[in-house]
Ligand binder design. Structure first.
Ligand code: FE2
Length: 282
């Protein structure tokens, strides 16, 4: 009879929607990224990408929020999360003041960060990196018009300019890379950082169908990580699930053909998962 696998939980986490992930650390603290799940019906474009059956009440605890960039589909539910949990809001220093102006949040709960810094929190630390948004032709006025919130949308403009990627470091030694837009040298940095997991937006917008699996697999192969969890592909989950399944399948085939251990898996939205270290009998 085989031994039962020896498992220790490194982290509990789930993909909620878009770039919204929830991480629960060993000390019980939680980090939520880019809060966007449901938006009011009047913001039609946002509704299509949102998760209408998931609400802020479905989240139990948020101690920290991290904002990768300030487009509507990354901060539409930020106010609700702040109202309910009073978290520390970690964002780039260039957008901190505009978040203060447009959100009802204690000023001392806003935690500005800059590029290439290490920031220490209760139960984890974050290394921050300069990110850029996927190419988008919107001008100032056009970006301002694309909004999922009432009132002035200067944050929507800033979202195209200021993007922050991060490595999440856990006391147990796990390193989780979170990359939103373009590569911006992250795969090169990974040669040194060696993250265990890469949580990554796809390589272009949801309307970009050009060699999706190949481009995604290429960056995955170069990153030398063992697991890739795609994010911000909710439009494909909703509208083209078979295409998305094919992308993941093709990526994994490319990795196998290259003789690399890394594999990609799409997580089911809102379901909790463990990132474990496992020893099992061969
Ligand atoms: Fe964006």
């Amino acid at each position: 009879m085989k031994d039962t696998p020896f498992v220790t939980h490194g982290l509990k986490f789930r993909w909620i929607n878009a770039q919204c992930f929830e991480f629960q650390f060993s000390n019980g603290k939680t980090l939520l990224t880019d809060p966007y799940f449901d938006v009011p019906e009047r913001f039609k474009e946002g509704v299509g990408m949102s998760l209408m059956n998931f609400h802020v009440e479905d989240i139990e605890q948020v101690d920290y929020v991290f904002v990768n960039h300030t487009h509507g589909d990354h901060i539409a539910n930020l106010q609700q999360v702040c109202d309910r949990f009073s978290p520390t809001v970690i964002c780039h220093s260039a957008v901190a003041m505009e978040i203060a102006k447009t959100h009802v949040v204690p000023l001392t709960s806003i935690y500005p960060v800059d590029f290439n810094g290490r920031y220490y929190f209760d139960g984890f630390s974050l290394d921050t990196y300069h990110g850029t948004h996927h190419k988008n032709p919107s001008s100032y006025e056009e970006a301002k018009a694309f909004t999922m919130q009432d009132g002035d949308n200067e944050l929507g403009v800033m979202g195209s300019i200021f993007n922050v990627n991060f490595i999440l470091n856990l006391p147990e030694g796990l390193r989780i890379a979170f990359v939103g837009g373009n590569d911006d040298g992250m795969t090169e940095r990974f040669q040194e950082i060696r993250p265990n997991i890469l949580i990554r937006n796809k390589m272009g917008s949801s309307r970009d169908f050009d060699r999706v699996a190949e481009r995604f697999a290429d960056i995955f192969a170069k990153s030398s990580t063992q697991m890739l969890i795609p994010m911000h592909c909710e439009t494909w989950v909703n509208e083209r699930p078979e295409f998305l399944d094919g992308v993941i399948r093709d990526m994994n085939q490319i990795m196998e053909e290259k003789g690399l251990l890394g594999r990609a898996k799409l997580l089911e939205r809102t379901k909790w998962h463990y990132l474990d270290l496992v020893i099992s009998e061969a």
